[in-house]
Design a protein around this ligand. Structure first.
Ligand code: SF4
Length: 207
C-alpha cells in the first residue's frame, strides 16, 4: 500500500479578509449543510481506489473549517475513515480561526482523532488585524489558544503574516517574541507573495 496525504477543503468563512484570494467566502447554514453532505458522498466514492493507499496525514483546510458545527466535522471524519485506511499515528490537522471555536467543537475534534490544530492569528496587534479585515482580536485568539490547551491539544501551529501595511521590522520581531512566548509546537514562517491585491501562499521554511 502506498502512503497518501489527504487535503479536504472547506470554503466557508464568516467574512472575506481584505487580502485573501483563497477559494473561500461567506455562506448560509443551508449552503454549508449541502456542501458537507455532498463532500461526504464524494469521499465515499473513492472506496475502491482507496484500497491501494494508507493515509499518513489529513489536513482539513479552508476557508475556516471551524465554522462547521461539531456534527458536520464528525461526519466528514466518519466518511474519511469509512473510506480510507488511516494510520494510527497519522497527523490530523484542522484549521481554525478565533471567533468560530467552541469547547464542543474542540471535543468533537479530539474524538475524531485530530491531533494538530492550525490557528489563524496573522497579527498580535489589533490595529493590524483590523487592517487585514480579520473577524477577531488578539485577546480572542488567546481565549481560543488557551481553550485548545485545556482540551488537551499538544500540537498547535499559529499562522502569522508579515509586511502588513504600516508594520515595521521591530513590530514584526515583537510579535514573533509575543507569540513564541505561548510556546506553540509548530514554529514555521510561511512566505506569502503579493499578487495584484491578493496574497498567495508560498513555501514554508523551518525556523
Ligand atoms: S484569510 Fe482565511 S479567514 Fe480570511 S477570508 Fe481567507 S480563508 Fe477566510
Amino acid at each position: 500500500m502506498r502512503p497518501l496525504e489527504l487535503y479536504v477543503h472547506i470554503p466557508f468563512c464568516i467574512k472575506k479578509c481584505q487580502y485573501c484570494d483563497f477559494l473561500s467566502g461567506p455562506s448560509s447554514e443551508e449552503e454549508r449543510r449541502e456542501y458537507v453532505t455532498e463532500l461526504c458522498r464524494q469521499i465515499r466514492t473513492y472506496k475502491k481506489l482507496a484500497g491501494d493507499y494508507h493515509v499518513v496525514s489529513i489536513f482539513i483546510g479552508g476557508g475556516t473549517p471551524s465554522i462547521l458545527d461539531a456534527e458536520q466535522i464528525t461526519g466528514i471524519f466518519e466518511a474519511v475513515r469509512d473510506t480510507f485506511a488511516v494510520d494510527e499515528d497519522a497527523e490530523i490537522t484542522i484549521e481554525m480561526n478565533p471567533g468560530t471555536v467552541t469547547e464542543e467543537k474542540l471535543t468533537a475534534y479530539r474524538q475524531a482523532g485530530v491531533n494538530r490544530l492550525s490557528i489563524g492569528l496573522q497579527s498580535a496587534e489589533n490595529v493590524e488585524l483590523k487592517i487585514l479585515g480579520r473577524i477577531h482580536t488578539y485577546e480572542e485568539f488567546l481565549d481560543t489558544y488557551r481553550l485548545a490547551r485545556k482540551k488537551g491539544f499538544r500540537n498547535i501551529n499559529v499562522d502569522l503574516m508579515s509586511a502588513i501595511p504600516g508594520q515595521t521590522a521591530a513590530g514584526w520581531e515583537k510579535m514573533l517574541r509575543k507569540v513564541a512566548g505561548l510556546r506553540p509546537e509548530d514554529r514555521r514562517v510561511g512566505r506569502y507573495f503579493t499578487e495584484g491585491c491578493g496574497i498567495r501562499t508560498g513555501a514554508y521554511f523551518g525556523v
